[in-house]
Design a protein around this ligand. Sequence first.
Ligand SMILES: [Zn+2]
Length: 221
Amino acid sequence: MDSIGNNLDSHIKLAQYKEQLLLKKWAPTYNLSLLDGTHWYHRTALVVMADNILRRGVISLFHDHVTARHAGITKTLQLITLYYWWPNLKTFVTEYIKGCATCQMTKVNTHPTHPPMFPITPADNTQPFETIVMDFITKLPQSGGFDTILMITDCRELTTLWVARLDDGTELKVTDPKEQQRDVEEEEAESEERQDGVDCTRQQAGCCWRRRSFERLQCGD
Ligand SMILES: [Zn+2]
């Protein structure tokens, strides 16, 4: 709009003079009339010829001019159609606003490409490790020949209890199940020997083992 300043209407009317033949051809199709006896109108809206500078100038005036506040497509269209018209006006306005950098940066995305996240909540009577979530962290800098971590989180405890690593994404390194059982039994024995009076159940001992395995893996044992 600024490029043609306040003379927008005179530029539009001048463009009409050059396209009289086309306007007369459009008149019956689009119900145009010489409302003021000289210039072509669609109802009360001045007809804007196929000139991108003029048409963009009109939209700019109603959408991103300093007083326009970047209204949405419907509102901008409602305002424009009171004063200006051209064939496929709605498509032109829609594309213009979709390409408006300010709108892209500031308007809320009503069609998100990612679904919203919801927490995974286990049932009330869920046992430890009955409801778990797993994820890989890949492409890490190599450490001891490993570049991937498999994280397993117990939803009941809401803590990540066990981390195993993959070698080049193929070989899963986990502790021998027999060793796991030995570890649990050791934890149970240790808990029974505690002098602090805290009762550590078998379940808790299992969690202790998992935490210890996690720490061991963290240390690269
Ligand atoms: Zn905008």
